[in-house]
Write a protein that binds this ligand. Structure first.
Ligand SMILES: *[C@@H]1O[C@H](CO)[C@@H](O)[C@H](O)[C@H]1NC(C)=O
Ligand SMILES: *[C@@H]1O[C@H](CO)[C@@H](O)[C@H](O)[C@H]1NC(C)=O
Ligand SMILES: *[C@@H]1O[C@H](CO)[C@@H](O)[C@H](O)[C@H]1NC(C)=O
Ligand SMILES: *[C@@H]1O[C@H](CO)[C@@H](O)[C@H](O)[C@H]1NC(C)=O
Ligand SMILES: *[C@@H]1O[C@H](CO)[C@@H](O)[C@H](O)[C@H]1NC(C)=O
Ligand SMILES: *[C@@H]1O[C@H](CO)[C@@H](O)[C@H](O)[C@H]1NC(C)=O
Length: 522
């Protein structure tokens, strides 16, 4: 399935200076930090009941009623939702904290919609279909040699996955492509509770242009003019809107669901990789969400890669958290991936060597064009089964610094092990705790390639108590890194989309107040 994965040609402009080579088609996930206070407050006031858990700062977001209190009539027909733990303030989570009895605050009537949405309205352009819907209608052409139609189904989640021998619960799981975020995000936005048609009320303006999806059509083998055409068209359309003029686009945001390296071409030479999307002055004024940002430029923000999990409600999240908490993790660590071709001195080669040599490591060695192994890393069940049976999941750099696999691991409750801070810590600052040690392990890659560090020894030193605590932290991150089912009308937990939207609202508010905006307020 993973269609858009790694082909050597895709990485001509690989900015990563180490010698890692691409995964042979491993779904590529990633990570980020928190907007704890702002969001908790926001949630409290706006969408959800919010409970501070005594003794630590963990917060429980109780799934909201359908937003309008007038729906109270329907309450009895809606199964009560369970709370979902978010690790606000990055406090350690306890099992008890996740199971928090909720009363659907029937006593406190929800505020009128206008109050709830005050400061959180989003204005979404109604763009000509060539910028979004037509691309999906023409899904057979979204990739030069892969059929993306199955992946664009179900609002970008792809085809539903069955229970796959008990790996999945049979609902909420889809065969999702890592580059489908443009569509998933837009679909989620269509259900955003505080949309407005009055742009003067809006805290931010969403541009539903599928910049990532459309560029996938031409990245591989087309002239720069073909690659740039629709992007220039979109910018031209945008800067003519009256809404643009208000702040020169500085209150606008866009999702380009690929890495920054696909949009940073420096010159108009056909042999150079990518489009120039992120280099146009108009786009530089906007906030663009990508899957990975440049370490040298923080004006765009990285948000999680989509995973296979798209819960419809908080209850689905809780049930999954409970499942992975109880999972039998018989492997100390695992690696799902492939070496990069060419060298046997890379981090990946060393990881594979050490994994093979250890009876505590599960090597899921990808096959395929550049894989060299025989495992099917495009099988969601295959990959998730590995991660659910491991304590630690190794996440070396992939084609670029980040990998979708990181997010798949977190969803499986597997503690990620990074070899470079750029794989997560400097990327997903909105969605991941600031204190990296709470949820992950960093083994500097230099030691590994120098051959003086044993992964097994390093991980074995972590006490069972510490391990348990880290895993709880990871499990607490699950709701925050997944994208809820975009069709759901009662999501009821704060997902990766909510975190991103809150961040952009916060950024635009700062810009309006004339405060410094280094693009990295967290
Ligand atoms: C905005 O206008 C469109 C078109 O008239 C309408 O379909 C939509 O419901 C309106 N949205 C809101 C939030 O009022
Ligand atoms: C790219 O397309 C051109 C024109 O169709 C063709 O000549 C060339 O071989 C293609 N290159 C690759 C790498 O596929
Ligand atoms: C970007 O924002 C600046 C500052 O508001 C403004 O002067 C400039 O015109 C904007 N650029 C475009 C292309 O609108
Ligand atoms: C980063 O991007 C901003 C706006 O997009 C641009 O003004 C700045 O020159 C860039 N910085 C670097 C170091 O490229
Ligand atoms: C690793 O590469 C070196 C130099 O190319 C070669 O001598 C050695 O046999 C290779 N080792 C393995 C295990 O492939
Ligand atoms: C391992 O080698 C790296 C690179 O030479 C070095 O920075 C690191 O200090 C070494 N670690 C140990 C434990 O010797």
């Amino acid at each position: 399935m993973k269609s858009t994965t790694t082909f050597a040609t895709e990485f001509q402009q690989d900015p990563v200076d180490d010698t890692d080579k691409p995964d042979g088609g491993v779904p590529r996930p990633s990570l980020v930090c928190h907007l704890a206070i702002l969001t908790a407050t926001f949630c409290a006031l706006v969408f959800c009941a919010h409970y501070a858990v005594q003794g630590n700062m963990a917060s429980v977001i109780v799934s909201s009623l359908p937003l309008l209190s007038s729906v109270a009539v329907d309450q009895n027909s809606v199964p009560p939702e369970q709370p979902v733990v978010l690790n606000e303030e990055h406090a350690p989570l306890t099992a008890q904290a996740t199971v928090f009895e909720t009363s659907r605050s029937t006593t406190a009537p929800a505020p009128a919609p206008s109050d709830r949405c005050d400061g959180h309205y989003i204005y979404m352009y109604d763009m000509p279909a060539r910028f979004n819907d037509d691309l999906i209608r023409d899904c057979g052409n979204l990739h030069p040699w892969l059929d993306m139609c199955p992946y664009s189904a179900n609002d970008g989640m792809g085809m539903p996955l069955g229970d796959e021998g008990g790996v999945f619960p049979g609902r909420g799981w889809y065969s999702t492509d890592q580059f489908m975020l443009d569509l998933v995000f837009h679909s989620r936005m269509k259900r955003y509770e505080c949309l407005t048609n009055d742009s003067s009320l809006a805290a931010a303006v969403f541009v539903p242009f599928y910049a990532g999806l459309e560029s996938g059509r031409y990245l591989y083998n087309h002239s720069t003019s073909v690659r740039d055409a629709l992007q220039l068209d979109a910018i031209d359309w945008l800067v003519r809107r009256p809404e643009w003029g208000v702040m020169g686009g500085r209150d606008h945001f866009l999702v380009a669901g690929r890495t920054t390296w696909d949009f940073r071409r420096k010159a108009d030479l056909d042999e150079l990789w990518g489009t120039k999307l992120l280099r146009y002055p108009a786009v530089e004024n906007m906030t663009v969400f990508v899957l990975e940002t440049s370490p040298w430029n923080w004006t765009n923000l990285a948000i999680p890669y989509p995973t296979y999990f798209h819960p419809e409600t908080g209850t689905d999240v809780l049930a999954w958290q409970e499942k992975v908490r109880k999972a039998d993790r018989r492997w100390l660590f695992s690696f799902a991936g492939a070496p990069r071709p060419g060298s046997n001195k890379t981090v990946r080669a060393e990881i594979i060597r050490q994994c093979r040599a250890s009876s505590h490591c599960n090597l899921f060695h990808c096959g395929g064009v550049v894989g060299g192994g025989s495992a099917d890393c495009n099988s969601p069940a295959g990959v998730m089964r590995v991660f659910e049976s491991s304590q630690f999941c190794l996440q070396p750099r992939g084609d670029t610094a980040t990998r979708r696999s990181t997010f798949d691991a977190i969803v499986a409750g597997c503690i990620p092990v990074f070899f470079h801070p750029g794989s997560a810590y400097t990327q997903y600052t909105l969605h991941f705790p600031r204190d990296h040690g709470r949820y992950s392990v960093l083994i500097p890659h230099a030691g590994l390639t120098a051959g003086n560090v044993s992964i097994e020894e390093t991980l074995s030193k972590i006490s069972p108590e510490e391990l348990r605590r880290m895993r709880e932290e990871v499990i607490g991150l699950i709701p925050t890194v997944v994208y809820a089912d975009p069709r759901s009308r009662r999501v009821g937990f704060r997902d990766a989309f909510d975190v991103a939207v809150e961040a952009v609202i916060d950024r635009v508010a700062k810009r309006r107040r004339g405060e410094a905006d280094d693009g990295r307020e967290h």
